[in-house]
Write a protein that binds this ligand. Structure first.
Ligand SMILES: [Fe+2]
Length: 464
């Protein structure tokens, strides 16, 4: 099928989805039908030559039409998108379904091997390299799925038998050790597991934290000494689970708290702090400052506490929590006034003091838009507006090889253009944040709004 015809198809698909009452099935939340390999990519500007690798992104893309009365964004079949850059050239864009059992059934394909039985639920939340291999990840129980360099799913994985329970979509890589630190949970298990994955991709359970109320824990952070445990009032809800809806809900009875678990896994020495009533999906970073621990989070005043589909999404904002180890108290200051989500930073600063963070505009009415650069020292926020009708998803910082300053790098993001119903990959110079992009790679297709992505350089893969 010619490219122009394909675009027409997708436009029709999006228009028809607009008839749906479900906001997660319309406009650029709507799924795309095709898997593509596209090699003739138009480029504006100059792609930096040292960017040799894959810019990956994942999000929900239902492989069969879900019930629009129940479907939530978090539940859709995963689809991985990737742009291959090499030596200043854009070699290809590809997108493939993450072939879980449910997806294989919908698409009438052969189910992939798995080392132990897992539920067939979607794997749709993050895509990154672990032990030199590519994995698609999700929280709450489904096993990681391994991908090849062409973004085809090859198998379920339990990391060579070392992962005995659930994993998470948000492992934190300690840049000083290369280890991943993970908090995992799943429905029915009344504990949170703290896992450490070594550089070769082998997992070990370092601690189990009792949690009979079964909280949903999406993200974690590390400092030199601690792992940050967000125990906030969104808990497993059997009533919504059996009805087929998203199985976690706001729980007013649950006291919100944040824990600092020693990285040794010594649960007996854990410190708990009373937290504001809120829900946090994402932590930008955490670090120690004397007898204080700083945790920068994206705070939702509530979540999943009303309605069926949106259920009370609020305008999330970036705030700093200071945990005082002497007094045992938490204090909060707002770091930026914008409504934002999907915080990132220079990954070489994970767990250490840092100055710069990056976010995507994200509002209560599910609108993406500009990218932001937050200078946490000066308090300034810089905006990159991609133009009318153009909206970024989570922006990803990539440090320059010889960069000296923390913000000496590029910001890569998939940007949807509602004027053309296509997406671009835009590369900004983060020290000229508000300036013209360094390069824009034009995709002849659209990339639906999704969750997370990462730049995976060839040098970080076993078989690039
Ligand atoms: Fe996330």
């Amino acid at each position: 099928m010619a490219t122009e015809e394909k675009i027409k198809d997708r436009t029709a698909e999006t228009q028809s989805a607009k008839n749906s009452a479900n906001p997660f099935l319309v406009a650029n939340f709507a799924p795309v039908a095709d898997e593509n390999i596209i090699t003739d990519l138009a480029v504006t500007g100059t792609i930096p030559e040292e960017l040799t690798g894959r810019f990956l992104r994942i999000g929900p893309n239902p492989s069969s039409m879900p019930n629009p009365k129940q479907y939530h964004w978090f539940l859709g079949t995963g689809m991985v998108h990737g742009l291959r850059l090499k030596g200043g050239k854009a070699e290809w864009y590809r997108n493939n379904f993450v072939l879980t059992d449910n997806a294989a059934r919908d698409l009438k394909r052969k189910q992939l091997p798995y080392p132990r039985k897992t539920h067939g639920g979607s794997v749709n939340t993050n895509v990154l390299n672990i032990g030199g291999e590519l994995y698609a990840l999700v929280e709450a129980g489904a096993l990681p799925m391994k991908l090849d360099g062409d973004l085809q799913t090859t198998a379920y994985s339990d990391f060579n038998g070392t992962l005995t329970g659930a994993f998470s979509a948000h492992p934190r890589r300690d840049p000083l050790t290369g280890e991943l630190h993970v908090l995992a949970y799943q429905p029915g298990k009344k504990y949170i597991e703290y896992l450490v994955v070594d550089k070769s991709g082998m997992s070990r359970t370092a601690a189990q934290i009792s949690a009979p109320h079964q909280p949903m824990i999406h993200d974690t952070a590390i400092t030199t000494s601690f792992v940050v445990v967000l125990d906030l009032p969104m808990t497993f809800d059997l009533v919504t689970a059996v009805s087929g809806k998203f199985p976690y809900a706001w729980n007013r009875k649950q006291q919100p708290r944040i824990g600092l678990l020693p990285r040794s896994g010594d649960v007996g020495s854990m410190r708990w702090f009373e937290a504001p009533s809120c829900y946090v999906y994402h932590i930008m970073n955490a670090y120690e400052d004397g007898d204080k621990v700083i945790v920068d989070v994206v705070k939702n005043s509530t979540y999943f506490d009303a309605g069926v589909i949106r259920r009370g999404i609020t305008s999330p904002t970036l705030v700093r929590w200071v945990l005082d180890l002497r007094t045992g108290k938490l204090s909060e200051t707002q770091l930026a006034e914008q409504s934002i989500e999907f915080p990132r930073l220079n990954d070489s600063r994970v767990g250490q003091s840092y100055r710069y963070g990056y976010t995507a505009q994200f509002t209560a009415d599910l609108a993406f838009g500009s990218a932001y650069k937050h200078d946490l020292l000066s308090g300034e926020t810089f905006e990159h507006n991609f133009g009318a009708g153009r909206a970024t998803m989570e922006p990803v910082f990539v440090a320059k090889a010889n960069g000296k300053a923390e913000d000496d790098g590029w910001l890569l993001s998939y940007v949807y253009d509602q004027n053309t119903n296509r997406s671009d990959v835009v590369i900004l110079d983060t020290q000229d944040f508000e300036g013209e992009p360094v390069a824009t790679i034009h995709l002849p297709v659209r990339v639906p709004f999704g969750f997370h992505g990462n730049w995976v350089a060839d040098c970080d893969l076993n078989a690039p």
